[in-house]
Every structure is written in C-alpha cells, then in structure tokens.
Design a protein around this ligand. Structure first.
Ligand code: ATP
Length: 580
C-alpha cells in the first residue's frame, strides 16, 4: 500500500466537504491576522508614550484599532470553528459509512479474521478521536503557521537583524519538539494496539460470558481483562513520561523571544543603528510569533494520531474486495456448475482440490461427508461468500465472477445453523429477507415456516425484541425465524447448511414441513449430518478431503460407495456386520 500523507488522504476522503474546509481555513487565517493587530496597536501606543505624544485621540485611535482586531479575531475564529466542525462531522459520517459499506464487499474471511472489537474501535473510537483534531487542525494549524510567517516577513522589512534574532529560539525549541515527534507515530500506534487489545478482551468477555459462567472461568477471564487494562494504563504513563522533559523544554524555549530580542535591540539602539519606533515594534511583534506556533506545535501530535487512524481506516477501505463485474446479468435456469474449482481460505492451505459438480435446476443435491471434508466450503463458495482460487462456478449460465455481488446474493438463500439475528424485533429480523415485504407477507412467511404460533406467544408477539444475536430465543426458535427469513427472500437457489440441527424432535416435523415449503420449485443444496433427511435427494455428493469421491442416489451409493454406506450405518445405528 502506497504511503500517503494523512492530511492528503483526509482531503481525498472528505472531498464533498472541501469547500467548507477551505472557508474554515480562510476564516481562521483572517482571525489569526486580526489577532496580530492588537500587538501592532500596543507597539504604536508604547511608541506614542516614548515620543511623549500628548494627543488623546492618538491613543484612542490605537486602542480602538487594537480592540477591533481583538473582536475580529474572536469573530473569525468562532466562524472558522463552526464551519470546520460542520464539515468535520460530515466527513466523519462519510468515512464511517464508507467503512461500513465496504465490509459486505470484502470476502467473508477478511471480515471474520478482524475481531469485532477492532472494527468497533476503528469505526467508533478512532474515527471519533479525529473529530477534535480535524475540526481544529486544518483551520488552526494553517493560520497558526501562516500568521507568524507574515509577522516574520514584516520584521525582515523593518530590520532583518531583529527578524533573525527573533527567530533564534525557534530552532532550539523545535529541536526538542522534533525529538518528541520523532517516534510519535510509532508510539501512538502502540497505544492504539494496547487499546484494541483491551477492547477485544472485553468484547470477548461479554460474548463468551455463558461459557465463562458454565466453566467457572470468571476469575481467569477477568484477570486477562484487568491485565490488559493495566498494560494500557502503563503504556500511556510510560509514553507521557518519556515525552515530558522534551515537551516542557520546547514549550519553555519557543516563546522566550524577549531574551534575545530585547538585549540585542537595545545594543543596536545604543549604537544608533535602529530607530526607537522600529526597536519597539520589533519587540512587541516578536511576542506574537510564539503563541500561534506553540498552538501549531500542539497539533503535530494530533496529526500523528490522525495518521494512525487514517491508516486503520485504509486497512479496511483499501482491502482487496471480491472481484465481481458491476454490470447486471440475465440468468438462465437456476442450475449450478462447479468446474475444476480449487480454493483455500489461506494461500498456504488448499481446502478444495479440483472439484467439478453439476447441480441441475430444480433438483435437490445433498452434500455429505466427514467433518472438515469441505461441504460448507463448497456451499459458501456457491453462495458467493468467497471467490474460488482456481476454476469457476457457473450459476444460471453465468460465471459467478461476472455476476454483481448484490445480484448473486439475490439468487441464493443461505440458511445455516448459525443464522445471526439482529438486536431488533422478530418482525424486522424476518423482514431482512426482503426489506420491501409488508407486515402481512412477513407473518405469512412465519406461518409457512411454522413459527407463527410461538412468535405470537412471545410477550409482544412480532414486536418482541430478540436481543443481540437472538439471545432471548432458543436455538430452535432462531432457526425457524431464519427459515422464515429465507422464505420471504424467495430466492431460486436455497442452501441449507445443517439447517435443522437445533430443532428438537417435537418440532422437527413442523420444520421439515416448513423446509419443504421453502424449497418448493427451488434448486436445493443441503448439508445434513442426519442422512435420513436427504435420502430422497436427486443426487447425493460424497465429499472427502476437499474432493468429491462419489455422486449418486441414496440407493446407488449404498451399493457403490463404502464411505457413504459406513456413514449411513453409523447414522441408523447399525454397525458393520450386524443384521439390519
Ligand atoms: N474461515 C475459515 N478459515 C480457515 N479455515 C477454515 C475456515 N472455515 C473452514 N475452514 C477449514 O476448511 C476445512 C473444511 O471446512 P468445512 O467447514 O467446509 O467442512 P465441513 O465438511 O462443512 O465440516 P462440518 O461437517 O464439520 O461442518 C476444515 O479443515 C476447516 O478447518
């Protein structure tokens, strides 16, 4: 990934708000320039006193000019802040939306391998931390650098020697500042890492609270969290300790312009090489250089923070997406062909090897095989959660890579044993299947899926909140809601991955009926460990070690495939050699 300045990257990300940022910078610059006016007016008043000016109007005029400068500074400064805050909030909103819109376009693995604690920290905390920096940095840093530059330029016009002398403290103070900043980016990255580690532990702690209770692991898990909290605090403390001396030196030295300007100016004045007016103006104006520069310096560390955040955001925004065409396609019959498909979740480990399979439209295909043989992987590749590494999958006559992802997801309804329910009502969770569905359609789907009665028995019926991940419901109830959701989607291809695993025997008949409704007239792919549920399949595909060892009907495989026969016997409880 090519390294880009964080400010340039923000400029690019917030391109819709550039106008606001420019207006804020211009306003801030006008404010800082106005802020110099009181210094200039003070110089003129002191010159008046030294010259023994007796006219009151002279002093009133400069007091008025000084006051006007001060007022303008306040007005422009507040205007700049208001404009930049508005622009910043819009930019942060846009960045958050870009990140969230990007996640579904990434291969499922990329998202799953990033912990939810980390994603939450980037999207919520890190992006939030950019607010103060962004809203203040661009307008203030620009003006705080440009205004002293204008003062220095004016000092050179008045007396180049005084200008140079006024600048002496700058490089010394800056050297200390640079020493702090040298490792700031790396130090801040370290801080983000320890905070992320802390976040991940708490998310894990809460997510696994059931296991922690069940196995009495409270103390251990808490110790892990508290260790990370301590590590986080220690990191910040050591970091600040390391920086403190250099920071203090920088902040003490930069504003000390009087130490150099006053004695040198006095010597020049005594030697008659500088007028008293120029001397006094230089002394007073030199006092206006340090304030803005120190303010600008305080943004340098913020800039490093923004750099780290932009880096984290870009890790997601620039992550490789699934390569699919954007042009909508027209599908033929919903048949599926896997042609010499190979795939690995990671480059160094291939899971599927050269798999070829034809799934005719409207048929039922069952994938069976030992645990870890690759059944779910085949199903997830068909559903487009990942892209194949080699070979191709042709769906409805079109190579999957030619199908825009949104269109591909419309074609397939995927019901797994682990269908996630959102922290929302039952109704909205079912409506996820088709957002345009009416309440009546949602309820009709629930009825067909055999879950209408249990939903109505809940406290608020369809408007009952299911809790995060569906925590308020049983596994079987979640499963049936997932089937209702898939029903509502009404996709031509249905994949059931262990879909009935949680259903108790009492409800199994209801759910089997629901599934039968769901798959009517569809191309169906089933992964089921309970082989009795797939004996009627048009074809049963036996998967072993990432390859297909046999294909046929139940009867045919019982005769020709020893692996299938063994699995069937294990399933029905009949051991080799025993009489059925
Ligand atoms: N997200 C993943 N990242 C890395 N490896 C994975 C991932 N998912 C599955 N695997 C690995 O791929 C192989 C095939 O897994 P898959 O889930 O397809 O098997 P399966 O036949 O469906 O197993 P089961 O019947 O137990 O569900 C296994 O070795 C598994 O460890």
């Amino acid at each position: 990934m090519q390294k880009q300045s964080p400010l340039l990257r923000i400029w690019e990300l917030g391109k819709k708000e550039r106008g606001g940022l420019i207006r804020a910078m211009v306003s801030a610059l006008a404010g800082t320039m106005s802020g110099i006016v009181p210094f200039y007016a003070a110089a003129q008043i002191i010159i008046g006193i030294v010259r023994e000016e007796r006219e009151l109007s002279y002093y009133l005029l400069w007091c008025g000019i000084g006051l006007a400068g001060y007022l303008l500074r306040t007005i422009f400064y507040n205007l700049a802040l208001s404009i930049s805050h508005k622009a910043t909030f819009k930019i942060l909103k846009d960045i958050r939306q870009m990140v969230l819109a990007k996640l579904p376009r990434l291969p499922l693995g990329t998202v799953m391998e990033t912990s939810s604690g980390k994603i939450k920290q980037i999207v919520v905390d890190q992006i939030d931390s950019m607010e103060t920096t962004l809203a203040h940095l661009l307008p203030e840093m620009t003006s705080n650098i440009l205004a002293p530059l204008c003062v220095v330029a004016y000092l050179f016009v008045l007396d180049w020697r005084m200008a140079l002398i006024a600048l002496i403290t700058l490089p010394v103070g800056m050297a200390f500042m640079m020493a702090v900043m040298g490792g700031y980016g790396k130090d801040y990255q370290g801080a983000v890492k320890t905070t992320q580690a802390m976040n991940e532990t708490i998310v894990e702690y809460i997510g696994g609270i059931e296991v922690i209770k069940a196995y009495n692991q409270g103390k251990n898990s808490y110790a892990k969290f508290s260790d990370r909290v301590e590590a986080n605090a220690a990191y910040y403390y050591n970091w600040m300790k390391k920086c403190q001396f250099k920071m203090s030196m920088a902040y003490a030295i930069v504003p000390a312009t009087l130490i150099t300007v006053l004695p040198a100016g006095w010597l020049f004045y005594r030697a008659g090489s500088i007028q008293i007016d120029t001397f006094l103006t230089c002394v007073i104006l030199s006092l206006s250089i340090a304030g803005p520069l120190i303010a600008a310096m305080s943004f340098v560390d913020n800039l490093a923070k923004v750099g780290t955040t932009v880096g984290s955001v870009d890790e997601i925004l620039k992550a490789e997406e699934q390569h699919h065409s954007e042009t909508p396609v027209v599908f033929g019959e919903p048949c599926i062909n896997l042609e010499n498909v190979s795939f690995g979740y990671h480059r160094d480990r291939e899971i599927l090897h050269d798999v070829s399979l034809t799934i005719p439209a409207g048929s039922m295909t069952a994938l069976v095989g030992p645990s870890g043989s690759g059944k779910s992987t085949i199903a997830k590749l068909i559903a487009g959660f990942w892209d194949v590494t080699a070979g191709k999958i042709v769906l409805g006559g079109v190579d999957e890579k030619e199908i825009p992802l949104t269109q591909l997801y419309e074609q397939v309804a995927f019901v797994s044993q682990d269908n996630y329910l959102f922290d929302d009502t039952v109704r909205e969770n079912i409506r996820m299947g088709r957002l345009s569905a009416s309440d009546a359609e949602v309820e009709a789907a629930a009825k067909t899926a055999g879950c209408d009665a249990f939903i109505r028995s809940l406290e608020k019926g369809y408007d009952t909140n299911v809790g995060g991940g569906g925590a308020h419901l049983s596994g079987g109830e979640r499963q049936r809601i997932a089937i209702a959701r898939a029903m509502l989607k009404d996709a031509p291809i249905v994949i059931l991955d262990e879909a009935t695993a949680y259903i108790d025997p009492e409800n199994e008949a209801v759910v089997q009926k629901a599934v039968a409704q769901l798959v009517k007239g569809k191309t169906l792919i089933v992964i089921a460990h309970r082989l009795s549920t797939i004996t009627q399949a048009d074809q049963i595909v036996v998967v072993m070690d990432g390859g297909i060892t046999d294909i046929g009907t139940h009867e045919k495989l019982l005769e020709s495939c020893p692996l299938y026969k063994n699995m069937w016997q294990a399933h029905t409880g009949v051991k080799e050699g025993e009489v059925a």
